[in-house]
Unconditional design. Structure first.
Length: 141
């Protein structure tokens, strides 16, 4: 009888250990899957040889904005100050989405005056009907 109880106890211990290993493995796999999902396109700008800061998972390049520590103008002003002397534009991430951040006034003017129609593929333009509002429907921002 004592031997049977010992075997039952050992079997229960084995079952608990295996359950813990499976649970931990599933949690680690889920965490890894979430991390890969959040960072899978973070090499987008590097593949295109576009300079820019390294993004942070879930927060992109504007963590203070998302965490409400700074305003959008403060974040953009800091990005502009950091890169304007070195590059005409940099590649940044708005959370997970790649975006171009123009730091050159001459390039900005060129985009606005000559290439305005080429930059209408953005979230704001998608929300506006071009037929109803031609100017805002083709908004490059």
């Amino acid at each position: 009888r004592a031997g049977r109880n010992a075997r039952r106890s050992l079997s229960l211990t084995h079952t608990l250990i295996i359950s813990m290993i499976v649970t931990i493995s599933l949690l680690v796999s889920a965490a890894l899957a979430v991390y890969v999902y959040l960072t899978w396109n973070f090499n987008y700008w590097k593949q295109r040889n576009v300079p820019g800061p390294d993004p942070r998972p879930l927060l992109g390049n504007f963590p203070s904005l998302l965490l409400r520590h700074r305003t959008a103008m403060d974040e953009m002003g800091q990005m502009y100050s950091d890169y304007r002397a070195k590059f005409n534009f940099v590649g940044v991430f708005n959370i997970r989405q790649p975006r171009i951040f123009v730091t050159s006034p001459a390039l900005y003017r060129d985009i606005i005056t000559k290439h305005f129609r080429s930059f209408g593929d953005n979230e704001f333009a998608e929300m506006t009907d071009v037929e109803t509002d031609p100017l805002m429907g083709r908004n490059p921002f």
